[in-house]
Ligand binder design. Structure first.
Ligand SMILES: [Zn+2]
Length: 85
């Protein structure tokens, strides 16, 4: 499956690093380091892949990052240990 984010890339343009589209135009602000632009690209791709799904624990609808992500943030953070205070 091809999505719009598959054509995005990280490139060095003049004074810094940018996430660029298929035609080479920047779609983000400037980053001093390549790693920063790569992290931004990763976030853009994850957001594009996300889908609103109900949490398996509490049923609240939240933006799931994919099949591995079925609990909302509060439920993921909750301490489910029987010894929790
Ligand atoms: Zn939940």
């Amino acid at each position: 499956m091809t999505t719009a984010t598959d054509t995005l890339a990280v490139d060095h343009l003049g004074n810094g690093w940018y996430v660029v589209d298929a035609s080479g135009d920047p779609v983000t602000g400037r980053y001093s380091f390549r790693a920063e632009a790569e992290i931004r690209l990763d976030k853009i791709r994850r957001r594009a892949a996300s889908k609103v799904r109900p949490c398996l624990s509490c049923g609240t609808r939240f933006a799931s990052e994919g099949p591995h992500n079925r609990l909302c943030t509060p439920c993921r953070r909750a301490d489910l240990s029987p010894w929790a205070p």
